[in-house]
Design a protein around this ligand. Sequence first.
Ligand code: ATP
Ligand SMILES: O=C(O)[C@@H](O)C(=O)CO
Length: 422
Amino acid sequence: MAISGKLVVGCVADDFTGATDVANIFARGGLKATVVIGVPDDDREIDADAIVVALKTRTIAKKAAVEESLTALRWVRRRGAEKFFFKYCSTFDSTAEGNIGPVTDAMLAEIGETFTIACPAFPANARTIYKGNLFVGDVPLNESGMRNHPLTPMTDANLLRVLGPQSKAEICGCYYDTVKHGASAIGEWLATADKGASQIAVVDAITDGDLIEIAKGFKDLKLFTGASGLAYGLTHYLVRDQASPEVPLSLGREGHRAVISGSCSVATNDQVAAMLADHEGFRIDVARLAEGRDVVREAIEWSSGRLGKKPLLIYATAQPDEVKANQRRMGVSASGDLVEKALSEIARKLVENGVNELIVAGGETSGAVVKSLGVDQLAIGNEIAPGVPWVGAMSNGRPLSLALKSGNFGGRRFFIDAWDRL
Ligand SMILES: Nc1ncnc2c1ncn2[C@@H]1O[C@H](COP(=O)(O)OP(=O)(O)OP(=O)(O)O)[C@@H](O)[C@H]1O
Ligand SMILES: O=C(O)[C@@H](O)C(=O)CO
């Protein structure tokens, strides 16, 4: 049960997979959580302790990212939120220019605060931070598959160095020699570190236990920034009774299944390969797409007669060399946009043709697909893998079960086994 009847936390997420990821963590922690797609332009009633506003601001121009994020922040604030959370990727994905710093600076100024933390640790998915350096599994961020990300290649694991040039605030580190002593040591650190001028502290965290202590140590802050591990920590003092709800979506079970994959991460490449071993798949040929061929129509023609309960896979997922060749030919953002547009049109047509259980892989891809489906709100259902729930949505009056899978999340059999968790 929530500590108060009104909104406990208002969250702004910079992509759609991240939005369902963090809403899932709030929900599993016992908050009634929901995701709205973009800032609603109506005054709809939403009965929730945590509202996550899903934006697609990770890779857009800085000015637009700041404006959209502030509009979302103001909207949750008007609904009574007292704590705010800026959710970005657990691999700190940002372009060379970078939106995490400017959005954080703007949010601090908007709520009249000067201090916040940056903590993208997510131990459940092997993201940990030590001495300000972000690790993915056993390797620093820049040695992980993130170095080859199509839109946000991460070439430095040190978050103070990455954030410094992005933000006008002073960047400091709250390191493990403090964090390991728990909430009161963190509180003492804060009392001496906070200079009353704009500051962002990158906070080390290795375990879920650390994140609970971090949330308690910084509990008087109004703005938190980071990934779902920090949200997990926060639920330990934002709710009284810990719940671990399983929420079957109880949507119609008639209809077809499909997977749309636009993520090119190491994990998604593995998941696509695993699915193709036993399922039919249609590969989007990006070079043909660039030549103006009607690849969308070809994909839909291929799918007709094949749709059913055994899921089909339609994918642009490729290895880094192929992605780089496409980017050289067309430019980074043009090739990304072209693929996203094609996949979202295919998703919309598949849904028109009776698909109502759909997995989408990739944050930018999910953003494009969900927008094309005209979905405006997501209800959180069963968890498939850490950070990926099934979500329920209405698309043009029809119920859909969706799973928006972050590029790097999920085991090798994710696309095959996820359906068992509906
Ligand atoms: N074969 C390809 N060539 C060039 N670009 C591609 C190709 N396939 C996919 N893309 C683009 O790569 C980008 C992948 O980003 P996306 O956010 O969807 O996945 P991700 O980064 O792995 O997921 P997440 O953000 O959840 O970690 C998209 O813009 C997509 O359109
Ligand atoms: O935090 C993560 O890693 C994910 O929720 C995400 O943001 C992927 O785009």
